[in-house]
Design a protein around this ligand. Structure first.
Ligand code: NDP
Length: 296
């Protein structure tokens, strides 16, 4: 298929790389030099000068931007996506966005005869590179089937969660749970370290016990015990996801004090650690505050 891809960020880049293995790909990025570099490194990939040109280049567009606000903005104006999208096309939005904005975007696109699927991903850049992301979709069944064929090069699992917005709801709650584990593990691990327990032994026992999580099993051994601390997912984006989950719970009249606390806690982390901090940096901040290091 001829696909246009917008958003060559930390995860968008490996996703686009996988798309280019199967589809005829055109890319657009806000910072144009990134798109030029990507095309130079991937023969056969074209560069669009505007979102409109991107939309006009293919049968479908895939977006992967920070929030739904940037996706909505990309549609607008004489050079926006909407100006280039045609009746029968589909927009697959892999942004971890918010359900209400997605419903609005879908309504706008419907008027132009364009289908919309929210299709956020899980697995991070390493699994994007190997084509093993999980993609959680919201949209009409037939549209999700179309989206599944488009994202297949980077997806191991594509699941339809329900109507438009459901993929984003699923992703926000998933990431809120991830955030719980990071914040709680930071406190627990520095407590153990200060109590004189070797971090590697603590992680070994945790991972053979009931307190284990994806954070303790996959992230801490690779990135914390080694001291590698790669920057793969911005803390600011995780904070945004928690906000989406907490707002959704509030809209639905769910009592969710844990989500409310988590939102405030991560707002503080974001304010303290900055826009470029990685999502595991709260663990590093806990180390500094406690005066210990969690190294193997
Ligand atoms: P990055 O911050 O690394 O990249 C963001 C991308 O969006 C860049 O291409 C950036 O362009 C572009 N962008 C930013 N602002 C605008 C704008 N106003 N208009 C147009 N383009 C814009 O983010 P990620 O790639 O990490 O994340 C993208 C989405 O995927 C987010 O919703 C995130 O929550 C989600 N996600 C990320 C994961 C990860 O591990 N990184 C995992 C799963 C989901 P420019 O180059 O010009 O800055």
């Amino acid at each position: 298929m001829r696909i246009g891809f917008a958003g060559l960020g930390a995860i968008g880049t490996p996703m686009a790389e996988r798309l280019a293995t199967t589809h005829q790909l055109t890319v657009w990025n806000r910072t144009g030099a990134t798109a030029e570099r990507f095309a130079a490194a991937h023969p056969g990939v074209a560069v669009a000068r505007t979102p409109r040109e991107l939309a006009a280049s293919g049968e479908a567009v895939v977006t992967c931007l920070p929030t739904s606000a940037e996706v909505a903005a990309l549609l607008e104006g004489p050079d926006g996506l909407l100006a280039g999208l045609e009746d029968g096309m589909i927009l697959v939005d892999c942004t971890s966005g918010d359900p209400a904005s997605s419903r609005q975007i879908a309504a706008t696109l419907t008027q132009a005869g364009v289908a919309f699927v929210d299709a956020p991903v899980s697995g991070g850049p390493p699994l994007a590179r190997t084509g093993q992301l999980t993609v959680m979709c919201g949209g009409h069944e037939a549209d999700v089937v179309r989206a599944a064929a488009i994202v297949a090069p980077f997806a191991a699992k594509v699941v339809r969660m329900g109507p438009v917005g459901s993929g984003h709801a699923m992703k926000a709650v998933n990431n809120a749970l991830l955030a719980v584990h990071i914040a709680a593990l930071a406190e627990g691990m520095v407590t153990l370290a200060k109590a004189g327990i070797a971090p590697r032994a603590a992680v070994e026992v945790l991972n053979a016990s009931s307190g284990r999580s994806f954070v303790s099993e996959a992230l801490v051994p690779d990135r914390v015990l080694t001291g590698a601390w790669p920057k793969l997912f911005r803390l600011a984006l995780l904070e945004k996801d928690i906000g989406i989950a907490e707002s959704l719970a509030r809209e639905l009249d769910i009592e969710a004090p844990v989500l409310a606390y988590l939102r405030d806690r991560y707002r503080d982390f974001r304010a303290d650690l900055g826009e470029d901090a990685d999502y595991l940096d709260p663990i590093r901040a806990a180390e500094v505050a406690a005066g210990v290091e969690l190294r193997g």
